[in-house]
Ligand binder design. Structure first.
Ligand code: ZN
Length: 490
């Protein structure tokens, strides 16, 4: 196996997501208007948790420099529990930090005294039933006298606080378990939710993935359901077969993930062609690849579309992995920059609604946004010489991005049959539909959404089960090993 360039694997590790080896290279084999060949990469910013990104980069800053090597030495240490607590600290000024040192790695942790008191997870400090803290951080007094500090045999740190504010002025004993201390030394968060990474795909790779599950399996919530969730996490697209012909089925299916997201379209909605449709989705014309509800602050994460009728000619559904296309464009700084910098305005203003939102095509936190039908006519480009140049650059880049999204090797196409339900990651996998002939029959899909947080919660709760079901082809190259999953697992 050829060694990977260090810089790439590092980036892949940082960014978390894995992609099958060669995918980027294959995508790169598409003709490019600019010639720089994209470097093969397994990494891709993963926008499962945009909110986690700032914290992550902050954390990275803090870790930069000498801390990194000390943490590295600690992780390699023979005995991670063999640290020493500086006993003299007990008598030091009542606000001074506590120091514990791991001699082997020559790493000293400076523990802010109030922050350490705040971290006590005993039954008096954290309610065992609700899991909620019983006091506010700012309620901790400035003076925090310590009676004693001690490393226990198992590697726990015990601190006895004198005259504690929570113990009616009596002593309060805090025990920080070995796993907590180790996580401090190693600079890793303890018990952070870990989800497996992503696989960027082209049509052929998607077709090779195990992308269909039966209704019974999905509803059973057993191993086959976990496998389907693994597919949904890894590829962002999965199909459910044998769904009962009922308008309620889509709710039953989505509820297996969690609470449904009600939007301006309701709890569920029907995709049927109708005259003077209020949404382009309700017409019979071609509907290009897009994402739903980008004009809202928190667009839905998962979309379920249950096919109840589809006797029309045409009306095939199309899907494309926007992350895969973006991964290639992001290797071309000339194209990537305007897609990061130029915001696009999306809107929905009908039937008493007025939604509007600006989003770049590429978000720094990892998000990729593409929804041409919902763009406004008044895009915020500058009417100046600079604006003319930057708009032209954006336009070129956007065209290149679209070409990759819509390339025949990228698009997975399938005509949904009654009894089939497609589930996809609306923030990653773009969807669209070929034109259909309303005279030739009926087409009726029923849909619903699941919010980002609900999907993440399910992923975290079932992380172990899902990881075990990861698509085997990738087990050697990333996702199942690389539990980082980018910011999604931070
Ligand atoms: Zn406590």
């Amino acid at each position: 196996m050829a060694p990977r360039p260090t810089v790439v694997s590092l980036a892949a590790r940082r960014l978390g997501a894995g992609t099958p080896p060669g995918l980027a290279a294959r995508l790169g084999a598409l003709p490019l208007s600019r010639t720089a060949a994209p470097r093969r990469s397994r990494g891709f910013p993963e926008p499962l948790s945009p909110s986690a990104a700032p914290a992550r980069s902050y954390y990275k800053q803090r870790k930069a420099g000498t801390q990194d090597s000390a943490q590295h030495r600690y992780r390699e240490a023979q005995d991670q529990n063999a640290w020493l607590v500086d006993g003299t600290q007990a008598d030091a000024s009542e606000g001074a930090p506590l120091r514990i040192t791991h001699p082997e790695s020559r790493h000293t942790l400076v523990l802010n005294r109030r922050s350490l008191r705040d971290a006590c997870a005993c039954e008096r400090c954290v309610d065992p039933h609700s899991g909620q803290k019983t006091f506010g951080t700012t309620a901790i007094p400035a003076a925090l006298p310590i009676e004693s500090t001690q490393r226990l045999v198992d590697g726990s740190l015990r601190v006895v606080w004198a005259r504690d504010f929570l113990s009616s002025g009596g002593p309060h004993q805090s025990t920080y378990p070995p796993s907590t201390i180790r996580s401090w030394f190693a600079g890793r968060r303890e018990g952070a939710p870990r989800t497996p990474g992503l696989s960027l795909w082209n049509r052929r790779e998607f077709e090779a993935s195990p992308h269909t599950v039966t209704y019974e399996a999905w509803m059973s919530a057993g191993p086959d359901f976990h496998a389907a969730l693994a597919q949904l996490r890894q590829f962002g697209l999965v199909f459910i077969d044998g769904v009962p012909h009922s308008e309620d089925s889509v709710v039953a299916l989505a509820s297996q993930i969690g609470n449904i997201l009600e939007t301006l379209y309701g709890r569920t909605w029907d995709v049927r062609s109708k005259p003077q449709a209020e949404n382009v989705a309700y017409t019979s014309s071609f509907l290009g690849l897009h994402q739903d509800l980008l004009y809202t602050s928190r667009p839905p994460r998962l979309q379920f579309l249950h096919c109840l009728e589809n006797t029309c000619d045409g009306g095939e559904s199309i899907f494309s992995d926007a992350y895969a296309a973006a991964a290639v464009i992001k290797k071309l700084p000339y194209h990537a920059a305007p897609l990061y910098n130029f915001p696009i305005r999306y809107h929905y203003k009908k039937n008493g609604h007025s939604y509007e939102k600006l989003r770049p095509v590429f978000e720094k936190a990892g998000g990729v946004y593409w929804s041409p039908p919902f763009q406004t006519s008044d895009q915020p480009w500058e009417k100046s010489t600079e604006g003319d140049v930057s708009y032209s650059r954006w336009f070129q880049a956007a065209q290149e991005f679209r070409r990759r999204l819509e390339h025949e090797t990228s698009v997975y196409e399938r005509k949904l049959k009654p009894g089939q339900c497609v589930v996809f990651d609306n923030l990653r996998v773009l969807h669209g539909r070929r034109r259909f002939d309303t005279a030739s029959g009926n087409r009726w899909l029923k849909g619903t959404y699941i919010a980002d947080d609900v999907w993440k919660s399910k992923l975290y709760v079932l992380a172990e089960e899902i990881k075990a079901k990861f698509h085997q082809n990738d087990s050697a190259t990333g996702p199942s090993k690389d539990t980082g999953g980018g910011s999604g697992s931070a």
